[in-house]
Design a protein around this ligand. Sequence first.
Ligand code: SAM
Length: 369
Amino acid sequence: MDQLGNLLYKENLDRDDLVRLLALRGPADVARLRSRALEVMRAEVGDSVYYRGLIELSNVCACDCNYCGIRASNGKVERYTLSDQVVMDAARWCAEAGYGSLVLQAGERSDPAFRDRVSHLVRRIRAESALPGLPQGLGITLSLGEQPLETYRQWHEAGAHRYLLRIETTDPGLFARIHPPAQTLEARKQALADLAAAGFLVGTGVMIGIPGQTLEMLADDILFFRSHPIDMIGMGPWLPHDDTPMGAWPQPMAPEDQLQLSLNMISAVRLACPDVNIAATTALQAMVPDGRERGLSHGANVTMPNLTPVDARSNYKLYEGKPCMDEAKEECRGCLMGRVESVGRTVALNQWGDPPAFARRSAEAGEAW
Ligand code: SAM
């Protein structure tokens, strides 16, 4: 076997190996990486694609991340919070459409009123989304930022069982450049540890193509995922937003290179962390219309159809070029199903679709931060 062949079948890829995989550019080499990632995906998590209906609950945010369009300092954003009725209508639709799971995502708030409202919504969604084909109700993923351990416990107790909190980058210098001093890498790692302690399936991830980010940093991110109890990974290209401090930063690479690097990241993560769920993110689709399909074809097995009402969606703009801004959930349903089928995959309906990684690490008990 040639050098790349050896690498693609090597166990315990090290930092140099991962850098080599991430750097692949030639179409033939990239095709081999992609095909090996799909082989590992099929063996470890299966061929199905799982849906997480995405409800962007609110764009009110106390944080000031330098890259994010809904950062607290962006005075141009019209702030909104969806009503209980709108959330419950979307959740019921999600269950009836057979999506199986939803994600409640919002800017970061940790006041007691918000904390209790989320618990209340989680309870209602679980109870009111139960159907004959989905007796436990929708699986609920939260993506609501850093919170005290007690809040994580409360939300888990209410019935949410997965949580997404991207680390964004594990490089301390880069993390500090893209966040205000009040937000620290240590606090982010502690929050991920707290989520695991509260019993959540833990999702994290990074942005790709951040100015100053190297392939070595991305390889270290993958090693971080592998050495911590992480069950789900969501990654996508960093895309500038005009009304953020990073909006004016020079783009570090050509868009086609950033896209390929993002896809190589998906494949490399699939080789390094075989039994996790990996999302084909919306940000990929912001780069090219078939970005999510390409993510699925590089080893991802989850995608997140947007259920947020169209009138609120334009106010949840994290970066320029967010796709499907005016496509209602009903239209999105047929479109996305066709996209998934176009790459030879099928959607697993009426299932939570938890990754084997969680059962494995629960059985291994003791895997700690
Ligand atoms: N407040 C929650 C949190 O911080 O995890 C959830 C919402 S936050 C907006 C969700 C994710 O959006 C972030 O983790 C970040 O990776 C991504 N994001 C924000 N701005 C972005 C940008 N300009 N380009 C790409 N992704 C971005």
